[in-house]
Ligand binder design. Sequence first.
Ligand code: HPA
Length: 275
Amino acid sequence: MNAVYEKLLKCCACVRKKTDFVPKVAIVLGSGLGDYADQIQAAEEISYDDIDGFPISTVPGHAGKFVFGYVGEVPVVCMKGRVHFYEGYDVRDVVLPARLMKLLGARILFLTNAAGGVNVSFHPGDLMLIRDHISMFAPNPLIGANIEELGVRFPDMSTVYDRKLQALIRETARENGIHLQEGVYAQLTGPSFESPAEIRMLRLLGCDAVGMSTVVEAIAANHMGMRICGISCVSNLAAGMTDNPLTHEEVQEAADMAAPRFKTLLTESVKKMGE
Ligand code: HPA
């Protein structure tokens, strides 16, 4: 059997030994946004290090666990902490958790992240609905023998971010008086932040926000036929747009500023996904 698939099935079996919870929506919490997990009426929690072979994050603030529970009536699995390609993991390990949540039953993947604002009209603390993405320099997670059990060799990527879910999130933002930016998210590898010249390049290419996650997970999840949506929390204006150097602390501060809006948007959107 394909080694990547075998590892995935082993992780899945390991989780199934601990819980028979079947989530409908899978939520990935981005940097600084992990506190959202406390909002979930938790039924069960599984620490990543209790899952044999599961990739474990090394970044401060990325405590790693799955929280299984309910948002309203909707059964969800929430990832508090994710691993990033820049930590040195094979990209196929980076997408293992997303694939695993699909195998556990999740049909919808709700991706969130902290991102640098590239669009000049964005402000720190803004929330951005991801309409599309650009992958830059991170390898495609589908490289290697295709796992036929998961999807086709050449998957279509014309609508990675489900249009109905986008409309649902837009409507939820409007109903709750939350200002929502929209745009294209670019994933670069990190861990260094971008240079001002790279940010000008990204803007020319049509990017609105930049970060170090999300796209590879979206590609793998789309390959498996999941319905995907995503929200970026703009934690800073990208390099060169202000005179300030960028720091990881800033990411946490902006996430804290956006937390009440982020929480409302996520909760109310997920509730509607159960309808
Ligand atoms: N660049 C890349 N990743 C990020 C940034 C940024 O400016 N802010 C938060 N994550």
